[in-house]
Ligand binder design. Structure first.
Ligand SMILES: Cc1ncc(COP(=O)(O)O)c(C=O)c1O
Length: 359
């Protein structure tokens, strides 16, 4: 009989040898500026809970009320019997927030990207994305069967070169993060819109990290850059600044109807639990009505980045709340992170393939 365990052990040893073996820390206590690890309170510097909404009493209360009214789970996909009325309220709220005709909620951001990209692209199409795009974009592109090209980070000239040679494809789809998830810089979205218009390409924006954070009302990268049109598909997550779980697409009504019919990760998966939907509805209200939360975030970001730069650390080209400290080597990054934890700060090392090797 094949010895699966020893095969896997060999692979795992390879990861350990290269400093890439992954383990998880057990976290106790409420998500907030600090958490409990190994019975010690430590400062949490690695959460996407940018506005503190994961621990917001009104959000927690809304989740509790939704569970009391609708039960613990939805127990079917949206298209069968999981489409409880809270979904429609949440989708209307998202469409209003993002200033689009309609929106559709998926169970995770990952499923949103994979489902949407595979629904839109097939063998005759071309997908082009930034080298630092999130894994869910890359997985969606690979799974779609479309031709797939990557341009160097924010290099619009290379993107144009790729598109100049793309006449033979039926659809061309450009996908970019709004805020890049590991570098914390912002996509050159105005340039991307110009290119997508010149080459008749579809433009999809993954605003996972910008939603709730960028722009006066927290609507994301488009609001921040003063963009009213030109982005066909706005993706976002409910799992970062909104402090919860889920992903969404906001866009035109035909786009949303198309996705509802074609995205397999939407069609073939159980709907979110009611509590999550209730919490997200409340979180969007808080995000829209509380510019003060963002003001505090940006003031903290400035204070923290200035201090890191004063220490001579390399924070890449970060312009946002995602502030990388680039160490350059996986093992050294893990050692730095262990040192910080010993000193009361939880900032886990991020290694390839989540970030490029030796940058
Ligand atoms: C840019 C980006 N897109 C999509 C996702 C996936 O979202 P989720 O964690 O909600 O599945 C993430 C988060 O990990 C992300 O950083």
């Amino acid at each position: 009989m094949l010895d699966l365990d020893s095969l896997l052990q060999q692979e795992l040893q390879g990861l350990k040898d290269r400093g890439l073996f992954r383990e998880m820390r057990r976290i106790d206590g409420m998500q907030g500026p600090t958490v409990i690890i190994d019975d010690r309170e430590v400062i949490l510097l690695s959460s996407n809970n940018y506005l503190g909404l994961a621990g917001h009493p009104e959000v927690i209360e809304a989740q509790y009320r939704a569970a009391k009214e609708f039960g613990a789970g939805s127990c079917a996909s949206r298209l069968i019997s999981g489409n409880i009325s809270l979904y429609e309220r949440l989708e209307e709220k998202i469409a209003d927030f993002k200033k689009t005709e309609a929106a559709i909620v998926f169970s995770t951001g990952y499923m949103t990207n994979v489902g949407t990209i595979t629904a839109l692209a097939g063998k005759k199409d071309l997908i082009v994305c930034d080298k630092l795009s999130h894994a869910s974009i890359i997985d969606g592109a690979r799974l779609s069967g479309a031709a797939f090209r990557v341009y160097p980070h924010k290099d619009l000239e290379r993107l144009e070169e790729i598109l100049k040679r793309s006449i033979r494809y039926r659809k061309r789809i450009i996908v970019t993060d709004g805020i890049f998830s590991m570098d914390g810089d912002i996509a050159p979205l105005i340039g991307l819109i110009g290119i997508s218009e010149r080459f008749d390409a579809i433009l999809m924006l993954d605003d996972a990290h910008a939603t709730g954070v960028l722009g006066k009302d927290g609507k994301g990268t488009c609001e921040y850059l003063g963009i009213k049109e030109g982005v066909h598909i706005q993706m976002g997550t409910l799992s970062k600044a909104l402090g919860n779980l889920g992903g969404f697409i906001a866009g035109s009504r035909p786009l949303i109807e198309y996705i509802r019919n074609k995205a397999r990760s939407f069609v073939y998966s159980t709907a979110l639990p009611p509590a999550i939907l209730g919490g997200c509805i409340k979180a969007i209200d808080i995000v829209q009505g509380n510019a003060g939360l963002r003001e505090r975030l940006w003031s903290n970001v400035k204070k923290f980045r200035d201090a890191l730069l004063k220490l001579g650390l390399n924070t890449l080209d970060s312009k946002t709340q995602i502030i990388p400290i680039c160490i350059g080597d996986a093992s050294a990054a893990m050692k730095a992170s262990e040192f910080l934890l010993k000193n009361g700060i939880f900032a886990p090392g991020i290694r390839p393939p989540t970030v490029p090797r030796h940058r």
